[in-house]
Design a protein around this ligand. Structure first.
Ligand code: NOJ
Length: 744
């Protein structure tokens, strides 16, 4: 049956671009326009330049050599990044406000990615909690701690969808799914910015990396991105769009080229799409030196050319390159850039500063008593709960939870690793405040019951087995009832520029596992990582695998809570764990193709699969075990037919069939059976975290507006199709319980 597409179900243009300008925004622009009239051209370009201080001197690759303090005094700097010390920030602010001609305050930005002082689990980990409220609150806590440090602006949330765990930056995102990614992106913006940007417990958010940075070819950071516009709009754009709709006031252009043009010089991305279509009205900052790097990309002859391209693309602020301040005035004088454009770019920067309240009181963010804001005990307890909810139980033959009084051999490079557990971006986190697995397990099970040895190094500088490490590990394993083996990848291995072609556990750690296996003791692998990995070997050999990620400041207590059974694991994967690296990209929302695999678990020819390995990943999107068992039954489609524009209603019964209470994440997936374009085999369109006591049942009801079923058609319109849909509800993306509905 051919379906008829109906226009205008959910047209982004309508929802975003026409979003009314608030009174506060109008005021901010009015203020900026007035101020711009007093500014010299050089001062204007000063507002568009962001620098970092290193020993007081900045030498930008754009050829700018300057004494930073005199530049501030001359009004030639609009912003600094990465200032860690509040006194230093306030000193520079005083200089800008009291010694520059117009006294325009500086805006200080920093990478507060998953926490400022209290470090939460890495973002990919946190997304596995599927707890949107908790993620929002974690961002608010980060904002409170940042604002007190005189940091006005975070370079977060990272809204990049990625299906490639070779790309190390997957740790900073929310995984492979655009629907969940959009919910998380919006929650983080709400958390950082709140309802009042000028409050002293909120800061400006920055949507990054615009755009499609997560699709770097071959998983190599900074690499080229190329894809169809349909794919981009369907899979990559939704989280950025959701963050714009949530009101984020800044955006960062990405390093990559996209469809042949570096993002920082792409007027299509930064103006036509971002401003005209999505309705963004804040300012865009480039990624680190990304304007100047357009020379190396091969689209600009020199720094002046690069500045011209970026300015014309409507990129407001040049992070570090120095080309705007070096060549901006000349470009205007030569008629290559109009002063009108410069004024527009400057007003958007000034308006954000105004909305932050910096003109009213430039020092307002540095006034709180830090001891009252940093590491608040209730926030630490919250971080512990978030860490526990983020961890995912991947295998358990019954060894977990551990019995009281059990003797534990705690082994491995990450069992007592206060820095690694904080992950790649550590904000202003102090590793001395980290509570490690060792400390927490000793406290929970008694010091005398926890025998510890590191056995192996893993990190930036030191790697490999420690001399005598395996022997010591085997010795303590033999003296114990169970081995907790903390292996995987270090904090240094995630985040920017740590792409890997090999995503297995390093060989020396596998050797350690093999030696311990020979003792015959039960082995629980505690997997440390910031990315999905190929862990076939560990899953086969261990009796249980708990994915602990880089769980942040409170990772230790969270692990103790889970292995002791005080908390029941409830995390569910938001990124598929591949069976083999050669499968990448492997993700749940793939297409059927004309020749789908007949079995997901058998190698086979003449289908879109492999002749040497299974088609399915090792663990699919949505997967996660618990100490109890949840049964899904009685799926009812309450609206078997629904009008376009209506709401699809589906209910399901979830029963806790086990002996302990637990939380699960009920997930709803759909498939558009006959569409204008090929559609994913399944797409997440709803989820709910629920708590059930032992033996308890609950009916979960999902309401899906048909606008959520819209997608990008070949004419680029965003609309839902009429026709039949399959729907599934269950605890992962393989959920078997199925129903049907039709849109009329
Ligand atoms: C480069 C990274 O790509 C970006 O995410 C970060 O915000 C900036 N550097 C600033 O540190």
């Amino acid at each position: 049956m051919k379906k008829f597409s109906i226009l205008l179900m959910f047209v982004a243009l309508v929802t975003s671009a026409t979003a009314q300008m608030t009174q506060e925004e109008k005021e901010a622009f009015k203020f900026a326009d007035k101020l711009i009239k007093k500014m010299t051209l050089r001062e204007k370009f000063g507002q568009l330049e962001q620098f970092i201080t290193r020993r007081g001197v900045v030498t930008g690759p754009g050829g700018v050599k300057c004494d930073i303090e005199s530049a501030v005094r001359k009004g030639e700097v609009g912003s600094f990044l990465s200032i860690r010390d509040r006194n230093e920030a306030l000193r520079l602010q005083k200089m800008a406000v009291e010694e520059s001609r117009l006294g325009i305050p500086l805006i200080f930005g920093y990478d507060i990615i998953h926490g400022c002082k209290i470090i939460f689990p890495e973002n990919l980990a946190m997304s596995c909690s599927w707890n949107i409220d908790a993620i929002e609150r974690s961002a608010r806590i980060a904002a409170e701690e940042s604002a007190a440090t005189a940091i006005h602006w975070t370079f977060s949330p990272m809204c990049d969808i990625s299906v490639d765990p070779r790309w190390s930056r997957v740790s900073e995102g929310a995984g492979e799914d655009p629907y969940l990614g959009a919910k998380i992106a919006a929650a983080m913006v709400r958390g950082y910015q709140g309802n009042d940007l000028s409050a002293t417990n909120t800061i400006a958010a920055c949507i990054k990396h615009f755009a499609a940075y997560g699709a770097a070819q071959a998983g190599k950071d900074y690499n080229t991105v190329d894809m169809s516009e349909l794919m981009f709009r369907n899979l990559y754009l939704p989280p950025y769009r959701a963050a714009v709709d949530a009101g984020a006031v800044t955006v960062m252009s990405s390093f990559n080229d996209f469809m042949g043009v570096p993002a920082s010089g792409s007027k299509w991305l930064l103006y036509d799409l971002l401003r005209k279509e999505l309705g963004f009205r804040g300012f865009v900052v480039s990624d680190w030196n990304a304007v100047h790097e357009m020379i190396i990309h091969g689209v600009a002859a020199d720094g002046k050319d690069a500045a011209e391209l970026a300015l014309k693309a409507h990129l407001n602020m040049d992070m570090l390159g120095g080309d705007y301040i070096a060549y901006g005035e000349q470009l205007v004088k030569e008629g290559r850039i109009s002063e009108k454009l410069v004024n527009e770019l400057v007003r958007e920067v000034l308006a954000v500063k105004y909305r932050l309240g910096l003109f009213e009181d430039p020092y307002k963010y540095g006034k709180q008593d830090l001891s009252e804001v940093y590491y608040r005990p209730e926030n630490m307890q919250f971080a512990r709960k978030v860490a526990a909810e983020s961890m995912v139980l991947l295998k358990n033959d019954g060894v977990l939870p551990l019995q009281k009084g059990v003797k534990i051999a705690l082994i491995g490079p990450f069992a007592d690793a206060p820095k690694d557990q904080l992950g790649a971006w550590r904000g202003l986190g102090d590793e001395k405040r980290s509570i490690t697995f060792r400390t927490a397990l000793e406290e929970r099970f008694g010091k005398e019951n926890v025998l510890y040895t590191k056995a192996c190094e893993c990190g930036r500088y030191k790697n490999g087995l420690i001399e005598g490490g395996v022997e010591e590990a085997v010795k303590i394993a033999e003296q114990s009832d169970v081995v907790l083996l903390s292996i995987g990848l270090s904090g240094w291995h995630s985040g920017e520029s740590r792409s890997r072609a090999d995503i297995t556990v390093p060989a020396d750690q596998q050797e350690l596992l093999d030696a311990l296996k020979k003792t015959g003791k039960k082995i629980v692998v505690l997997l440390s990582t910031g990315r999905a990995m190929d862990i076939r070997n560990e899953v086969e050999k261990a009796d249980a695998v708990l994915l602990t990620w880089h769980g942040g400041t409170m990772a230790g207590p969270a692990v103790a809570d889970l292995v002791s059974g005080d908390e029941n694991p409830s995390g569910h994967l938001t990124m598929s764990f591949p069976y083999y690296v050669g499968q990448i990209p492997v993700h749940y929302n793939s297409k059927n193709t004309g020749r789908p695999a007949k079995s997901q678990f058998k190698a086979q020819g003449y289908s879109a699969s492999y002749v040497d390995i299974q088609n399915a990943p090792l663990f699919p999107f949505g997967y996660g075990l618990s100490y109890t068992e949840f049964e899904y039954s009685d799926l009812k489609v309450l609206t078997p037919t629904v009008e376009l524009g209506g709401v699809v209603k589906v209910s399901v019964k979830v029963t806790n069939k086990g002996k302990v209470a637990g939380d699960d994440v009920a997930q709803l997936y759909v498939h558009d059976v006959v569409a204008e374009t090929t559609r994913p085999v399944r797409e997440l369109k709803g989820f709910e975290r629920l708590s059930l006591k032992a033996g308890e049942s609950k009916i979960v009801e999902f309401e899906i507006p048909t606008s959520e079923l819209a997608y990008c058609h070949t004419d680029l319109s965003w609309k839902a199709d009429k026709g039949d849909f399959d729907v599934w509800v269950g605890a992962d993306s393989y959920a078997p319980l199925k129903g049907k509905f039709t849109i009329k």
